[in-house]
Design a binder for this molecule. Structure first.
Ligand code: ATP
Ligand code: MG
Length: 422
């Protein structure tokens, strides 16, 4: 029997995780039999290699191997695709056609996304699995075929059964042996290995030096949630390989490529969140980012005034009108309704989401703000502090009125009061 290592090498499978190895070992063991196999696991975990392993290690290896993506074939034509049709069976059926089950006689059919099969097709499939019999669409003649089935799904089949979208009898028939491929986040030891492999592949492909991760960047990679699993990891390795000039990647740079919907978020995300929790949190983050963006715009305007006026004395003199100019723009942050995380700004800045990354790239204003000399920023802060103080004094400490006058939200004002220890 071929060893797990040899199989991995043959099929380009990277990783040494025990669960992955067990999955491959099961595929090797079951290959010589005709037993149906169901491969399960999240999207992007590498399910597609398993049926290939099974086919090529079986006595069917010289027969046909047909991979069918059940989710991609329209419901109206899937029976005809799989089982064929008779001439005149439906409009457009000008000729008799053989389906995959006839063509793959003596071989293997991989039914990817099997959970997407319509119920009527499931009935036909069950029959083929039970006695090798099928009937072409529009025919009454029973035909025989000898096909080995490997199916795959990334949906929870028990749920599909409960919702009556998938036949329970078919599920048990398909999953005589189940091979579960673990998600990447449960294969932490493989993450850097995979990244290095992809990085070197892309370096070769794009004729650039290979990117390397700093030790901290590796830790970040291992902490990340990887909801898109290996597909996502490869994607990110490609982006970083193509876009980064400095080939030694710091965690800060890497973070810019990792969407913030994983376990490496600040306190707001824990590992057992539902999809809706994630989208709520994402919304909050978007709002925080928009808030920051409008703060940056405020700062930019203030700087512009400072630069145009030539000196800060002049600005001070023009205080009143300047307030209008600086904070005159409508600031959207009033819509934010979550609890104020005080002093959150620096942390958030260090964990840019892909969305923020987009903002950075698209918004020239951001770059402008970035280019402000530190010195100017400091005096800028003095001015801001002064303006806030004055406004608060004028309104006898009433934050609502002061915020209104300053043209910022109460929440932003509250944050600034904290920030400046007023
Ligand atoms: N262990 C691995 N080593 C190297 N590449 C891998 C590994 N696992 C997966 N890949 C690569 O990751 C990509 C995604 O894998 P695959 O298409 O098999 O995912 P899948 O489980 O079928 O996902 P889906 O359910 O979305 O179809 C492929 O390009 C595959 O080559
Ligand atoms: Mg797939």
């Amino acid at each position: 029997m071929e060893s797990v290592q040899a199989t991995k090498q043959r099929f380009g499978i990277i990783g040494n995780d025990p669960k992955l190895n067990r999955g491959i070992e099961k595929a090797i063991q079951v290959a010589p039999t005709d037993i149906s196999v169901l491969v399960t696991g999240e999207s992007g975990v590498g399910k597609e290699s398993i049926p290939k392993i099974i086919h090529s290690l079986s006595h069917r290896k010289h027969g046909k191997y047909i991979a069918v993506n059940c989710g991609a074939i329209p419901e109206g034509t899937i029976d005809s695709e799989l089982f064929g049709h008779e001439k005149g069976a439906f409009t457009g059926a000008t000729q008799t056609r053989s389906g995959y089950f006839e063509v793959a006689d003596g071989g293997t059919i991989f039914l990817d996304e099997v959970g997407e099969l319509p119920l009527t097709t499931q009935v036909r499939l069950l029959r083929v699995l039970e006695n090798g019999e099928f009937i072409k669409v529009g025919s009454s003649k029973v035909q025989k075929t000898n096909v080995r089935i490997v199916a795959a799904t990334n949906v929870n089949m028990f749920e599909a059964i409960k919702k009556e979208k998938f036949r329970e009898d078919l599920y048990y028939r398909l999953s005589t042996i189940e091979i579960l491929l673990p998600p990447l986040r449960e294969r932490k030891g493989d993450i850097h290995l995979l990244f290095r492999k992809f990085a070197s592949d892309f370096a070769l492909k794009y004729k650039m030096p290979t990117i390397r991760l700093s030790d901290e960047a590796v830790l970040l990679l291992e902490k990340y949630h990887w909801s898109g699993n290996i597909r996502q990891l490869r994607n990110i390795a490609e982006q970083v390989s193509v876009l980064e000039q400095n080939r030694l990647i710091s965690p800060q740079v890497l973070q810019g490529y990792l969407p913030n919907i994983g376990s490496n978020l600040p306190a707001v995300v824990s590992s057992n969140k539902s999809d809706s929790d994630f989208s709520n949190e994402r919304e909050i983050l978007y709002k925080v980012l928009f808030d920051m963006k409008s703060d940056l715009n405020d700062l930019k305007k203030l700087t512009m005034e400072l630069m145009q006026s030539g000196n800060s004395q002049q600005v001070q003199k023009d205080n009143e009108s300047l307030i209008q100019k600086i904070y005159g723009d409508p600031v959207e942050v009033d819509k934010v309704t979550y609890e104020e995380p005080v002093n959150h700004t620096p942390e958030i800045l260090q964990i840019p989401s892909s969305q923020e990354y987009t903002i950075k790239k698209e918004d020239d204003k951001y770059h402008f703000a970035e280019e402000i000399q530190e010195e100017e920023t400091l005096s800028l802060q003095d001015k801001e502090l002064e303006l806030i103080k004055k406004s608060l004094e004028r309104h006898k400490g009433k934050r609502k009125a002061a915020a209104e006058e300053l043209g910022i939200s109460e929440r932003t004002l509250y944050r600034k009061i904290k920030q400046y220890n007023l």
